[in-house]
Design a protein around this ligand. Structure first.
Ligand code: HAM
Length: 529
C-alpha cells in the first residue's frame, strides 16, 4: 500500500448525525428552553403535573395503543430486540445443548417471544443437535461425515442468529400510549380524578426527512385521564357535557400557550369522528367505503388501498386531483349518533364561552387509531407542507384496551421543532432577545488582577449575572474583541491600576462608554439595567 493510501486509511472516520436527527445548538437552544419553560408555566396554571415516561417501551404497547395498521406502527418505528441476559451465546459446540434447553424454557415462561420463527428455529436446531451428539459419541470420523457435521453446525449458528432472543422494544413514536400504560401501572385511577399530566421530550419516527419533519423530533404533550365512575351511565347527559368541558379546557390551555409564546397565525380546526358503533362512525365508514368504491378508478394508489384498510384516512389526502372527489363525499357530522352529536355541539358551545376561535374541518380524522369524538389540529405559518404544530383528540377506551379499567382520555401533542421554526421564521422579537449571550466578560492582565478577576466573576455570578472570562491572560484589545463576539453587554477591565485603586473599569460594549466603579457600585449599576 502506498504511504498516501495508508495515511488515508488511518484517518479516523468523521461522524455525522444520523439522517433525520440534528444537534440543537446555542443560541437556538435558548429559544427551545424558553418554549419549554412557557409550557411548564402555562400547564401548571391549569393544574397539570409533569410525567417523564421512558424513551423506549414494549413494541406491543404501541402496536395495541396507536394501532398496528397505522403508518406510525407499520412503517415508522425504530424497533430492536433487547437481548435477554440470562441466555448466554454458545461459546463452543458442547454449549448448544444447554442453549436449546434454556431457550425452550424461556419461551414457556414468556421471557422470550413465543413466535413461529423462534419455535421453528429451535425445532430444527434440536434435530441437528441430536445428530451432532450421536456423531460426537462415535469413534472414528470419516471425512465425508465430518464435512457434513461442519455444515450442520454452520446451519445451527444461522438458525440461532435468526431467533429473537429477547423482547421487542421500540423507541417511542408518541407518548399517549406510554402515559396510559403509566396510568395503569401506578393505579392512577385511585388518585383524585381527572389526572392531568404533561410531558416534554423526544419522539422517533422513521419518516422521510424534510423541513419540519425529522426522525427524532420533540413533542410537548398533555393528557387528561379519568376513570369512569360505576354510576356514570345514570346521568349520561351530564357526563357528556362534562367531557365536552374537559375537551374545551384542554384546547383553551393549548391556545393560551401559543398566545404566551407569541406564535402568530395559528389556526385551530376541530371535528368529531364519533364513536365506534353501527349507528355512528362504523355506519359512516361503511357509507364512505361504498361511495369511494364508486370513484375508485379516479383515486391514487394510496387512497385505493385505504378504501379497504381505513377509508377515513382517504379524507387526509393532500393529492391535488383527489380534492374535488373528496369534497363530494358524505360528511361524518350527518352520521353521528345522538350522544356524539350532543357532545360535539357542547364542545363548540364551551369553546365559545372560553373565547377560543376555531373552524370546523370535517376531514380532520387524524392518523392514530385511538381517537373518538373530538379531534383537533393547529396549523401555523411559515412551515410549508408540514404546517401542523399540534394534534390531539379524545380517546376514551384506550386505557381499557391496554388492560386498565374503563377510562376516559383527551390530550394533544405540540411539535416543538415546528413551533421553533415558525417563531424563527416570523422573526419573533422574543426569539431575538433570547439571543443575548453574556452580561459581563471579565478581562484581566497580571497575577494580581487575576485574583481580583476570579473574585469579581464569583460575586457577579452569585448575584445572578451571566459571566465569562478567559482562562489565560489576553491583551485587552483581544479580550474586548472576544467579548463582543460572545455578545457580552459589558466588559470588566482589570489591570494593576484597578486592583490598587479598588475601582474597576466597566465598558459598555453597545455604546463604547467607559467608567470606573467600586465593586458595590458595579453591582448596583448592573442591577439597575
Ligand atoms: P401526532 O399528530 O402524530 O399526534 O403528532 C403531534 C404533532 O407532533 C404533529 O402535529 C407535529 O407537529 C409533530 N410531529 C409529528 N411527527 C413529526 C416529525 N416527524 N417531525 C416533526 N414533528 C412531528 C400524536 O403524537 C398524539 N400522541 C397526540 C395526542 C396526545 N393525542 C392525544 N393525546
Amino acid at each position: 500500500m502506498s504511504e498516501g493510501a495508508q495515511k488515508k486509511q488511518e484517518k479516523p472516520r468523521r461522524f455525522q448525525a444520523i439522517r433525520g436527527t440534528r444537534d440543537l445548538l446555542p443560541p437556538d437552544t435558548a429559544l427551545w428552553n424558553h418554549v419549554d419553560q412557557t409550557a411548564r408555566e402555562v400547564f401548571a396554571r391549569f393544574g397539570y403535573g409533569e410525567i417523564r415516561p421512558p424513551i423506549f417501551e414494549a413494541t406491543e404497547l404501541f402496536a395495541r395503543g396507536v394501532g398496528g395498521e397505522t403508518d406510525i406502527v407499520s412503517k415508522e418505528m425504530y424497533t430492536f430486540v433487547d437481548r435477554i441476559e440470562k441466555l448466554a451465546d454458545p461459546a463452543k459446540l458442547a454449549d448448544y445443548g444447554t442453549f436449546i434447553e434454556q431457550a425452550e424454557k424461556l419461551i414457556q415462561t414468556e421471557e422470550l417471544p413465543d413466535i413461529t420463527g423462534n419455535r421453528l428455529a429451535l425445532r430444527r436446531m434440536k434435530d441437528i443437535w441430536d445428530g451432532v451428539k450421536a456423531f460426537m459419541s462415535g469413534e472414528a470420523i470419516p471425512s465425508e461425515a465430518e464435512r457434513a457435521v461442519v455444515e450442520e453446525l454452520y446451519r445451527m449458528i444461522i438458525l440461532k442468529d435468526s431467533m429473537e432472543l429477547g423482547q421487542r422494544i421500540s423507541l417511542r413514536p408518541e407518548a399517549t400510549a406510554s402515559v396510559c400504560r403509566a396510568y395503569i401501572e401506578h393505579n392512577m385511577q385511585q388518585w383524585p380524578q381527572p389526572v392531568k399530566l404533561y410531558y416534554i421530550g423526544p419522539m422517533f419516527r422513521r419518516e422521510r426527512p424534510q423541513k419540519g419533519r425529522y426522525r427524532q423530533f420533540y413533542q410537548i404533550g398533555a393528557e387528561v385521564l379519568e376513570v369512569v365512575r360505576p354510576d356514570a351511565a345514570k346521568d349520561a347527559g351530564k357526563e357528556l357535557a362534562k367531557d365536552a368541558a374537559v375537551d374545551a379546557e384542554v384546547i383553551e390551555m393549548l391556545m393560551t400557550f401559543f398566545e404566551r409564546i407569541g406564535l402568530q397565525g395559528t389556526e385551530l380546526s376541530v371535528n368529531s369522528i364519533g364513536h365506534a358503533a353501527d349507528n355512528c362512525r362504523r355506519g359512516y365508514v361503511a357509507k364512505l367505503r361504498e361511495e369511494l368504491q364508486k370513484v375508485k378508478e379516479q383515486l391514487g394508489a394510496d387512497s385505493q388501498r385505504r378504501i379497504e384498510t381505513n377509508p377515513l384516512r382517504v379524507l387526509d389526502s393532500k393529492l391535488e386531483h383527489e380534492q374535488a372527489i373528496i369534497a363530494k363525499l358524505p360528511h361524518i357530522a350527518d352520521h353521528l349518533c345522538d350522544e356524539c352529536k350532543a357532545h360535539y355541539a357542547e364542545l363548540k358551545r364551551q369553546l365559545g364561552l372560553r373565547g377560543v376561535a376555531y373552524k370546523e374541518n370535517w376531514r380532520l380524522v387524524r392518523g392514530l387509531d385511538y381517537y373518538m369524538r373530538t379531534t383537533f389540529e393547529i396549523t401555523a405559518r411559515g412551515l410549508g407542507s408540514q404546517d401542523a404544530v399540534c394534534g390531539g383528540g379524545r380517546y376514551d377506551g384506550l386505557v381499557e384496551l391496554l388492560g386498565g379499567p374503563p377510562t376516559k382520555g383527551i390530550g394533544f401533542a405540540i411539535g416543538e421543532d415546528r413551533v421553533i421554526l415558525s417563531l424563527q421564521e416570523q422573526k419573533s422579537p422574543q426569539a431575538a432577545t433570547l439571543r443575548v449571550g453574556l452580561d459581563v466578560y471579565v478581562t484581566w492582565m497580571g497575577e494580581n488582577a487575576y485574583t481580583t478577576a476570579l473574585h469579581a466573576a464569583k460575586t457577579l455570578r452569585g448575584a445572578g449575572f451571566r459571566v465569562d472570562m478567559p482562562a489565560s491572560e489576553l491583551k485587552f484589545g483581544k479580550a474586548l474583541e472576544r467579548a463582543s463576539k460572545l455578545n457580552a453587554r459589558f466588559a470588566l477591565i482589570l489591570g494593576d491600576n484597578e486592583v490598587q485603586s479598588g475601582e474597576w473599569t466597566v465598558k459598555n460594549l453597545a455604546d463604547g462608554s467607559q467608567q470606573k466603579l467600586t465593586e458595590a457600585a458595579l453591582l448596583e449599576y448592573l442591577r439597575r439595567l
